[in-house]
Design a protein around this ligand. Sequence first.
Ligand SMILES: Cc1cc2nc3c(=O)[nH]c(=O)nc-3n(C[C@H](O)[C@H](O)[C@H](O)COP(=O)(O)OP(=O)(O)OC[C@H]3O[C@@H](n4cnc5c(N)ncnc54)[C@H](O)[C@@H]3O)c2cc1C
Length: 261
Amino acid sequence: MNSKTIDFSKFSSIRIGPVVDVALIENDYVPEGHLIIGAANNVLVSLTPPPLMILSKEYDFIRLEEDSLHIGAATPGGRVVSFCKKNDIAHFEYLSKLPGTLGGMLKMNAGLKEYEIFNHLIAIRTQSGWKQKSEIEFGYRKTSINEVVFEAVFEVEKGYSPERYEMFNQMRSNQPHDPSAGSCFKNPSGDYAGRLIEAVGLKGKHCGAMAFSEVHANFLVNTGGGTYQDALTLIHEAQTRVKRDFNIDLQCEVVIIDQNI
Ligand SMILES: Cc1cc2nc3c(=O)[nH]c(=O)nc-3n(C[C@H](O)[C@H](O)[C@H](O)COP(=O)(O)OP(=O)(O)OC[C@H]3O[C@@H](n4cnc5c(N)ncnc54)[C@H](O)[C@@H]3O)c2cc1C
């Protein structure tokens, strides 16, 4: 089995984590006891992660077949948008603003507002074969996917929209520029995690070099050399204060990767 050395303090979007050998998935062989990662835009990796694996380049592809779109799970969102623009395909414009690979997006049901990756999904292929969308449970930033996704097929509708592309650009204009893993917590039903973090006095709060951003409180940012432990301390502080003051359990959207979790 081939592997690849990854320095998570450079590879992950939040710039935290160790240097580890990660098993490469080739020819659909999935090693036992390993956790899959994509492009690490939604993860916080500790210094002691479990064995990790990543899809090889063979899963980075996109092709149009009759009236469906076949996309490999290692394909970055930006590549999907470029392909859709070139082929005049609608509904994938928002992916330009979601850093990551298709596999990570499917697992998280990633999206922007009502635009989510499951909206136009037909089926996924995993290590146990093809699964239709109707066989998968999904909701806001969650799915029942618990296997490695190799590829997926989507419905195709004509009509790439530069206006929608621009709208998504605008939506992103208020995001912090410091390294982060995107939203730290899921929005609780009927409320916003950012509002709650601000209300309990944690907007701009630092622990070491990690902080809840002054720009958007639900972004846990790394201002330079932040650690896993600092990040975890802030996450726990926010959960404790929001529970105390609002009786709401804030759930992490960022996926914490540690061998003991
Ligand atoms: C600045 C910024 C802004 C963001 N904004 C948004 C946003 O608006 N909306 C949104 O939804 N997300 C957002 N995110 C989060 C991120 O873009 C998405 O979660 C994306 O789907 C992560 O993809 P990834 O390849 O990096 O996955 P990773 O972070 O590597 O992994 C995420 C999860 O997916 C699993 N996974 C990865 N690949 C596979 C696979 N092939 N098969 C099965 N499981 C897999 C991992 O085990 C992990 O549980 C943002 C992130 C950043 C850094």
